[in-house]
Structures are given as C-alpha cells and as structure tokens.
Design a protein around this ligand. Structure first.
Ligand code: MN
Length: 460
C-alpha cells in the first residue's frame, strides 16, 4: 500500500527553525530527510559521525535529542546512537514510522516549545554548511534497473532502429547487479575510467585507453529499509513497507566501454567505476502527497504478470518527482557562469513502479537487506527535453525534433555551452548536477537536494 497523507503534510505548518519556512528551501518541516553528518573537531583532529534530519539549512542530530528524552516512546536511544538509519528503520512497523515522523514534525513545529525553548536546543542543531553530509545508509548492495520505456526505446533504436525494445521489456523489470563499493556521496570527484573501447570498425580490435564517450545517467535511488529472508519473496502488496525512501543517483557510464563489453552479460566496467548519490533520503512518508498512478500502458501492451500487479500500486505506484540535470564546464565555473540545464523530466513517466522493481528482485527468493540501493534506470520521458543522458540528448541530427530519428552512423548534434564550448559527451572538468523536487497544489514543495560530481582526467 502506498503511504497516506496526514497532518504532517499540512502546507500551513511552520517551524521555529526559520530557514525551513523559506519558500525556496528543499527542506521544509514537511520533508525532514535523513542524512549522516561528519563532524570534524579541528583541535583534537578527530571526526565523528551522527545521523540526523535536515530542516531548512540546519541539521537536527537525532542521537542528541534522543539522549535528552525527546524521542522516548518513539526511539530506543541506545539503538539510535549505534545504528544506521536504514538498520533502525528496518525494525519499525509502518505505524511506528508514521508516529516517529509525526513526533519529529511536532518537535520542530513553531508553536511547540518543548525543544524550541529548551536550553539544549542550540546544541542539537548545526549548520549544514559546517558539516560534511553522507548518505544516511551504508550501501550494502546495488542493483540498477532500466525502468523507463522511453530510455529503453531511444537507446534500443540506436542499435535496432526497426525493433528497439527487446521482447522481455514489457514483462520484466530489466536490471543488473552493480557494485556497492564504488557508490560515492555527492561532491566526490569522478576519475575518467580507462578500459577496452569499442572497435572503430566491426570485427576490428578494441582500443585500450581513457573513455572517450563518458556520460551521466539521471536516476532515482531507492533505499531498502526492511529486508526479506533468503527464499522468501516480497509480495507486491507489501513491497513499499520495505522501502525507506529515495535519493538522487547519477549512474556514470562509459559508453564506448559499455558498447563493447555488454554482450552477453550486461554492463560491467562501463558502470562500476563510480555511482554518485545525494546524501538526503527523502522518506516514503514525506512523498505521500506526490503519489500518482503507475504509467498507463498502451492497449496492446501486455498486462503485468499477477505477481507484479496490484491495484493499489497501479493507482498510486507512481511518484511525480521533477528531475533536472545541469552542466557546468571548468571554463564556465572559472567565468562564474551559472550551470546550464540539460534536461527536465519526471519520475512519473517510468514504465515500472518501485514496488514492481523490488518485488521482481526478490521474486526468486533473493534476500534484500537494509541499505540495499536500487537505481531506477535512466529517467527519460516522451519529449526531447526529458532525455536523461547525453547518449539520448545529443543523438539525432535535428536538435528540435521531438521524435528521435537517428540511425547508426549519423553525426551527433553537440550541445553548445555559454563559453562557446561544445559537448557530445562529458569533458574533463565538467560538473554534472542533478536536482529533484515535488510540487502539487495544496501542498508544500519539497526537494531532494542535489547530487554533484566533477570529472577528473584519466590516470593515463
Ligand atoms: Mn543506469
């Protein structure tokens, strides 16, 4: 069942943390995403890490308010101080999660003096700008899906113009196992990978060297809160109970390596050199007002098989999250030019829902665990503006065409930057910035923050 709208989503709620009431903030009192923060004590040369929620420009450290008894009855403070958010939440029922959110919202409400007027309040709140933010979960395993039919069709068309979608696409949420060790937090630089590059001519030998066709993929990361026992599939009606929340994800991709290596076992070194995630986990509870129906399938599309079909998931399984990608080259940053927007799309255009992806993943008995990360796959939509990677964006010869027309061999159309530079793929020094937010009449806008990364030159 999708999560429900309650008093914590009231658009009139305001916080005593003033910055949370700024209409521009991604983090009003209605959001409260989880993060981990690294504190550095310069004198002692020590660092320590704490879990918290972001409110406006501040971080509220959960461990500290738990120690003072503010979460009594909601959180075991021993557990809060030693466990990661995803592990802690794996132990909470859905009702308890809702109570926990409701308690946090109440503590931060402008009319509630409990914490606001407490002498310790200022010692539990920190400027986000003064700490290093890490994702609130320790990425345990990482799987990347391919859930946008627009992305799959565009990419398929480049290789098979007459038959872009393979026969399994509308039956099975296609995915591959990625690598957790190279999932890095926003702000980490990304080294251009070196590898075997697709031969220039069919039947020729591959090259070996720095990737020449480096790309980003705009994706949503889904974080698992509660796992399942090995051998025990997760029924689709229960799938969302297992999800903690979502973050932004950039699945950096080396296209020339990918094209050569992907047959027959799928992506490998073209993807696992880096995957960047934003630090904020926006909870499923916070997203409740922005739920929408799953994407409507064409009349001649197959219906999902019974284990991937649920009425509630069909009516509320989508999420309307607007997602944007920006690019700033080194020259642009040196000249203080604003990043330019490359694309804008919505997660509501995905062919498969989060519940379908998770249920499919566990349908063979595969055990999901707290901290597992599922990438949605590149989020592309029906318009040119909504293409979620450069492989699609610079694809056809007519930059104004809504419908891709390119066949293999046609030149790509470069994107022009305000400095006069051109890009078909990413250059060294380029910074890619992903932003996400949800808006709906009658509700407070909430945001997912940013996911950033700058490309460093290859080592050879
Ligand atoms: Mn991907």
């Amino acid at each position: 069942m999708p999560y429900e709208i309650d008093e914590t989503h009231d658009q009139n709620l305001k916080s005593w943390v003033e910055s949370a009431n700024d209409p521009e903030t991604d983090f009003p009192i209605q959001n409260l995403p989880f993060v981990r923060a690294v504190f550095t004590d310069d004198e002692e040369q020590e660092t320590f890490i704490a879990s918290g929620v972001v409110i406006g420009s501040k971080l509220l450290v959960l461990d500290l308010i738990a120690q003072e008894g503010f979460l009594d009855g909601f959180v075991d403070d021993e557990i809060m101080s030693t466990m990661l958010i995803d592990e802690y939440f794996s132990q909470l029922s859905r009702d308890d999660r809702a109570k926990f959110r409701s308690r946090l919202v109440s503590l931060l409400d402008k009319d509630n003096a409990e914490l606001r007027d407490h002498e310790l309040a200022e010692h539990t709140l920190f400027d986000v700008a003064d700490v290093e933010l890490l994702p609130a979960f320790d990425c345990r395993d990482y799987t990347d899906f391919y859930a946008s039919v627009y992305h799959a069709t565009n990419v398929g068309s480049m290789f098979r113009p007459d038959n872009p979608l393979l026969p399994n696409y509308k039956w099975i949420p296609v995915g591959y196992h990625g690598r957790a060790s190279s999932v890095v937090p926003s702000g980490t630089t990304v080294r251009r990978p070196v590898g075997q590059l697709s031969p220039a001519e069919e039947g020729g030998a591959p090259g070996f060297g720095p990737c020449k066709l480096l790309d980003y993929e705009l994706e949503l990361g889904v974080v698992v809160g509660r796992g399942n026992e090995l051998g025990q599939p997760i029924p689709i009606a229960e799938a969302e109970d297992h999800i903690l929340g979502v973050c932004l994800l950039n699945d950096w991709s080396a296209r020339d390596m990918q094209k050569w290596e992907y047959v027959p076992l799928g992506p490998f070194l073209a993807k696992n050199f880096a995957t960047t995630v934003s630090p904020y986990i926006v909870t499923m509870e916070a997203l409740a007002p922005f739920r929408c129906p799953a994407m409507t399938r064409d009349d001649d599309d197959p219906k999902p098989l019974a284990h991937l079909h649920d009425e509630n998931d069909q009516s509320h399984g989508g999420i309307d999250i607007t997602l944007e990608v920006f690019l700033a080259s080194k020259q642009m940053r040196d000249q203080d030019l604003e990043p330019i927007r490359l694309s804008k799309g919505s997660f509501k255009d995905m062919y498969w829902t989060i519940a379908q992806m998770l249920t499919h993943h566990s349908s063979n008995g595969c055990n999901m665990q707290p901290g597992d990360l599922l990438g949605s796959g590149t989020i592309s939509g029906p318009t040119r503006e909504a293409r979620g990677c450069l492989l699609e964006l610079t694809w056809d010869g007519d930059p104004f065409a809504e419908t891709p027309k390119l066949v293999p061999g046609t030149q790509r159309t470069p994107i022009e930057l305000p400095t006069g530079e051109e890009r078909k793929f990413l250059a060294d020094g380029d910074e890619v910035i992903i932003r996400g937010y949800c808006e709906r009449d009658g509700f407070r806008r909430i945001g997912l923050g940013e996911c950033r990364g700058i490309i460093e030159p290859a080592l050879i």
